[in-house]
Design a protein around this ligand. Structure first.
Ligand code: GLU
Length: 308
């Protein structure tokens, strides 16, 4: 596989002078406080090695990357029945768009737009109290990363609730169509907490490694999902993991990945590695600008792409 440490060191060094490009998420004050100069990369390989550079051990708000973990958890609970509540098509709209929902009778396009993720969280809530559901999500992510130190940033969660009007609108709208079964306050209470999970690149790369290894976590040997399910989750990340920038990301990077407005991206190189990058400056679609460029260069130099 060549010298992967050298590869990420080079990319980190080459892009450092561009930090500050893009716009930091400012829809909640807690996220707007982050320094634009943070930049970390972690690369975990299916043979159990991990390579880090820059701010790779610094925790940040994973935001929508959590949608990948809650999707995996919900599929484990209800299996393919999940698809009666949420679709599998790219949205071509912004992450928090409400327009499509009206045309499509409240059924969200995919599990990675906000509406879809809120519907998935409703499924996880099931018979639980919100606190229990939040605890289950945290435990699941800790299990995936093999790291019990992962926690939720309560300040971010509270800030999301205070500034969550758009998500409340989405949830109420879906509830009016019966797509959401619990009260909007309960579902969003859980959703905002999952978005507020604080993780480092290293923890993220480890937690996504099962998707690169046919569903089995090579670090601890746990079977997380079947290889068919891992493939399908990867397909969804490829088609919908970057909101209305998903096509451009597939074109440039050619790997399944999920981004979050906190500036993180978790990418999967099937049968090979998972890569987490963190740089908070965002492009116009709300995806990490330098993070995307870093992944583009890493994939090119390593010869990684799901397209051959
Ligand atoms: N908590 C954010 C929201 O629901 C997540 C957005 C994102 O990471 O794309 O608005």
């Amino acid at each position: 596989m060549g010298n992967l440490q050298q590869l990420i060191d080079d990319v980190h060094g080459e892009l450092r002078e561009r930090l500050g490009e893009g716009k930091i998420a400012d829809y909640i004050p807690q996220l707007a406080k982050i320094s634009p100069n943070k930049f970390g990369i972690s690369l975990a390989t299916t043979d159990g090695k991990i390579y880090n550079v820059g701010d790779s051990s610094e925790t940040f708000s994973i935001q929508s990357i959590s949608k990948l973990f809650t999707l995996t958890l919900a599929l484990g609970k209800v299996g393919d029945g999940l698809w009666s509540r949420v679709g599998r098509e790219p949205s071509g709209t912004r992450f928090n768009s409400i327009v499509q929902l009206e045309h499509e009778m409240g059924r969200p396009r995919n599990p990675f737009v906000n509406a879809g993720a809120i519907a998935v969280t409703d499924v996880i809530l099931g018979e639980y109290q919100p606190k229990e559901a939040i605890a289950e999500i945290v435990r699941f992510v800790q299990y995936l990363a093999n790291d019990s130190s992962i926690i939720i940033d309560k300040n971010v969660a509270n800030s999301e609730i205070e500034h969550g009007d758009r998500n409340f609108a989405l949830a109420h709208f879906m509830r009016s169509f019966g797509v959401i079964k619990h009260s909007v306050d309960e579902v969003l209470g859980v959703y905002f907490h999952q978005c507020a999970l604080a993780m480092s690149c290293e923890q993220l790369a480890k937690s996504g490694l099962f998707l690169a290894a046919s569903g089995k976590n090579p670090i601890n040997g746990y079977n997380v999902v079947s290889s068919l399910r891992a493939k399908r989750i990867n397909s969804l990340m490829l088609t919908s993991g970057h909101y209305n920038g998903s096509g451009d990301f597939a074109f440039r990077v050619g790997l399944p990945a999920k981004s979050g407005v906190g500036g993180g991206i978790l990418a999967v190189v099937p049968k090979t590695a998972s890569i987490a990058v963190f740089s908070p400056g965002l492009d116009n679609n709300g995806n990490s600008l330098i993070g995307t460029i870093a992944l583009e260069i890493i994939a090119q130099r390593a010869g990684w792409s799901v397209f051959g």
